[in-house]
Design a protein around this ligand. Structure first.
Ligand SMILES: Cc1cc2nc3c(=O)[nH]c(=O)nc-3n(C[C@H](O)[C@H](O)[C@H](O)COP(=O)(O)OP(=O)(O)OC[C@H]3O[C@@H](n4cnc5c(N)ncnc54)[C@H](O)[C@@H]3O)c2cc1C
Length: 415
């Protein structure tokens, strides 16, 4: 049976490992953090996964937290009023047809690594460099590089034609909390767009201490939300989080009056440049390695798609490996496998990158129209599950007008 090595034990690599093991492949996973290091470390993501991505995990039987992770049942959107302090210029929310869920990766990845070993995979804990990639490529039929944002993925060439940014676009921070007041009627990702300052969103998740919420801060560089550099302790991190809410989003601050950190590791601050990389790395020996997940498509978290992309990428690659049967994993096959995924991911990347640039006037018009058109709001909310559905109107003002008109006529017909 064929042998496949996967470098990196995250959301992209591990589902492929499970899928291959189930089909009798020999699987080796090499990753640089042990289960205990991950469990005891800092949070890595906010990882809200929508229905289609969750289906990938269900299909592989690795949805262990489905019954305990709180559901995310909708999407809310708000923009502060530019003149009336404390009021919202735009405000709507809509339920998701099928719930989303966010299980802390500190819980998920260690269990998956341990389960893989129990099911017969070889799991090694070491930092992989070129020498180790060479060794893996020489002794396996295929090596997948699933190293996320690790240094090693920089060996894959940046694809300038698909990467409009060469620098980080937001100062990012995560704050995991207990004690947040729930939203009325249904739980949701409450997304706040603060023009000229950045974005804030918050939603239920599941961590070591049970159900909680995760605050995500996306500060425009050099602006007032780019404020994490001199934050030294977890308590200072929480205080900085609350200060942002008090300053810009009083309705969110109101919900957060009684919050406390879930744990000292429930915080993160950092920044990275959204980057698409060429999928194939040629090693000095001439052997090749194929990138997967964030290694090839790193998105800013502003649209919450990274884990979703990683799961969907895993499914495309798994199917492609299985379909290949006993044929060799050539460069052509590798590039084609990535392009099959890119066919989906390119619009997710485009959507995400244009959010970073600031929504176009016609996009803001659509967002505003959602306040009075519930069917439009519902469509926007459910598109988080499949962002390509936001096109063509997302980058075409005329299509946006038609999109609004379609929903207006639905209201008129119903009246
Ligand atoms: C602040 C923040 C918020 C986010 N919020 C969301 C969200 O709400 N929704 C969403 O869908 N996504 C979100 N994401 C993105 C999501 O977490 C990632 O896109 C996803 O985890 C990518 O999976 P991956 O397997 O490609 O990489 P990772 O999950 O990063 O896994 C990479 C693995 O490779 C290992 N590794 C790295 N280098 C080496 C090496 N040299 N040798 C061996 N092993 C190595 C690492 O230890 C790790 O196990 C967020 C990310 C951030 C930073």
């Amino acid at each position: 049976m064929r042998s496949i090595a996967i470098v990196g034990g995250g959301q992209a690599g591990l589902p492929v490992a499970f899928g291959l093991l189930a089909k009798g492949y020999q699987v080796t996973v090499v990753t640089n953090r042990t289960p205990d290091e991950i469990r005891q470390g800092k949070v890595m993501s906010s990882q809200c996964m929508f229905h289609d991505a969750l289906e990938v995990e269900r299909g592989l039987g690795i949805n262990d937290w489905e019954d305990i992770c709180p559901p995310v049942e909708g999407i809310g959107f708000a923009v502060p009023h530019p003149e009336k302090a404390g009021e919202r210029a735009v405000q709507w929310s809509a339920p998701l047809e099928k719930v989303a869920q966010a299980t802390d990766q500190r819980i998920k990845m260690p269990v998956w690594l341990e389960q893989l070993e129990q099911r017969g995979a070889t799991v090694r804990y070491q930092d992989v460099g070129v020498a180790e990639l060479e060794e893996l490529a020489a002794s396996n039929d295929l090596v997948l590089l699933a190293g996320g944002k690790g240094e090693i993925v920089k060996l894959l060439e940046r694809d300038a034609s698909r990467s409009p940014y060469d620098k980080p676009q937001r100062a990012l921070a995560l704050t995991y909390i207990h004690g947040l007041e729930p939203t009325p009627n249904y739980s949701r990702v409450s997304f706040n767009f603060i023009p000229g300052v950045g974005e804030y969103f918050v939603f239920p998740t599941y961590t070591h201490s049970g159900a909680c919420d995760v605050m995500v801060f996306e500060g425009m560089l050099g602006g007032p939300m780019d404020c994490w550099n001199n934050v030294n302790t977890p308590q200072e991190h929480l205080a900085t989080s609350l200060n942002i809410l008090n300053t810009f989003l009083p309705w969110e601050a109101e919900r957060a009056r009684k919050v406390e950190l879930t744990d000292a590791g429930g915080i993160l601050a950092g920044r990275f440049a959204p980057t698409v990389r060429k999928p194939v790395l040629t090693l000095p020996s001439g052997r090749m390695v194929l990138g997967i997940g964030d290694a090839v498509t790193t998105n800013d978290p502003i649209t919450g798609q990274g884990s979703n992309n990683a799961a969907k990428c895993a499914k495309v690659y798994l199917d492609s490996i299985l379909e290949r049967g006993e044929q060799p994993f050539t460069r052509e096959w590798m590039e084609q496998t990535f392009e099959t995924y890119w066919d989906y991911a390119r619009l997710v990347v485009r959507w995400t990158n244009s959010m970073l640039a600031g929504p176009a006037p016609h996009v803001l018009q659509v967002m505003g129209a959602a306040q009075t058109l519930p069917s439009l709001a519902a469509e926007l909310a459910n598109n988080f599950n499949h962002p390509p559905n936001n096109f063509p109107w997302w980058d075409d003002a005329q299509a946006a007008e038609q999109f609004i008109a379609q929903h207006q006529s639905r209201v008129a017909q119903a009246a």
